[in-house]
Design a protein around this ligand. Structure first.
Ligand code: 13P
Length: 307
């Protein structure tokens, strides 16, 4: 099955006025709600809609992913691995752990993290090989021990990576045997303009258009509002749940709903050991993508234990 990218124009926009006029208005699967419409539904106890997918005991695997960004040398990475192993000796996390170190530390971490966490890279070339100085192709990352790779992280988007590039990188990752973790999310300005769902849908459609079901269901999604990254600001739980449900609804326009239920959708942005349990228990949340709090093995282990 191929994915026909739906145009935004075909979505059904529902305003607060529509809901006031017709209180029992059925919400189509592709409904795009204005912020006022959502507030109204919230007051009526109808928002966010109930979502089964991705919660505990549901179809999607649970994952907690550490994104170290440009932190840690090889000796520091090895010290983390020792620490995490010790922390997890007395805990039994319910989520799978993935550590995305700088690429220089991947191969060194393979042995020390075996049985404790999988490895992921933070970026991948869109090319399989060739004259692309400085780029690491999926085969290099697999060779060094990676099984996952982040694609479209907001810090890479801020450095000029557009949707077309994310699309090419997701395909390169899948061709090379890596599981892409596709990051999507809005800026503060887009949120304030009520454009979050529009932005997230556009980022998803750009990447998933033309993917067949087998490849589409190998992608992990991570919703990271850009304004929540590294700021200590976390959106309201119901707003996170609404975007996670929306992301799945966008995929469900093209893929069977039971397959979409098995796609993990993570939340990222200022996740720490104090808020992890609450965020990870949100409807539709399959896990977390963690930056700053993942640098310390005790804090990361606590987040894992909350999953
Ligand atoms: P923080 O957890 O530091 O906000 O970073 C989130 C992030 O960017 C993970 O990819």
């Amino acid at each position: 099955m191929g994915y026909n990218a739906p145009s935004m124009a075909r979505k059904t926009l529902i305003t607060a006025r529509d809901l006031e006029r017709r209180p029992a208005l059925p919400l189509p699967a592709d409904a795009l709600l204005t912020p006022l419409a959502r507030d109204l539904l919230r007051k009526r106890g109808l928002w966010p809609p109930p979502v089964r997918a991705g919660g505990r005991g549901c179809g999607a695997p649970r994952l907690v992913v550490a994104n170290w960004k440009s932190h840690k040398t090889i000796p520091e990475a090895l010290a983390f691995a020792r620490g995490l192993r010790e922390e997890l000796a007395s805990r039994r996390p319910r989520a799978g752990a993935v550590v995305c170190p700088p690429a220089t530390a991947l191969a060194n971490l393979r042995g020390p993290l075996r049985g404790v966490a999988e490895l992921g890279a933070q970026d991948v070339s869109a090319h399989d090989e060739g004259a692309h100085t400085g780029e690491l192709a999926a085969r290099h990352l697999v060779d060094a021990g990676a099984r996952y790779v982040l694609v479209g992280h907001s810090e890479r988007r801020a450095a000029g990576e557009d949707d077309a590039r994310c699309r090419a990188k997701v395909r390169a990752a899948l061709r090379g045997g890596l599981t892409p973790i596709l990051c999507v999310g809005e800026t503060a300005g887009e949120r304030d303009a009520g454009r979050t769902e529009h932005v997230v849908a556009g980022q998803l459609e750009a990447v998933f258009a033309g993917l067949d079901l087998a490849r589409a269901t190998r992608v992990v999604l991570a919703y990271e509002p850009r304004w929540a990254i590294g700021t200590g600001r976390v959106p309201q739980g119901e707003d996170v749940a609404a975007v996670l449900a929306h992301a799945r609804a966008v995929l469900a326009r093209a893929f069977p709903p039971d397959a979409v239920e098995r796609v993990p959708v993570l939340y990222g942005g200022s996740v720490n050991e104090r808020n992890a349990a609450r965020l990870l228990a949100l409807p539709g949340c399959s896990g977390a993508l963690v930056g700053g709090a993942s640098l310390d093995p005790a804090r990361f282990a606590q987040i894992l234990a909350s999953a």
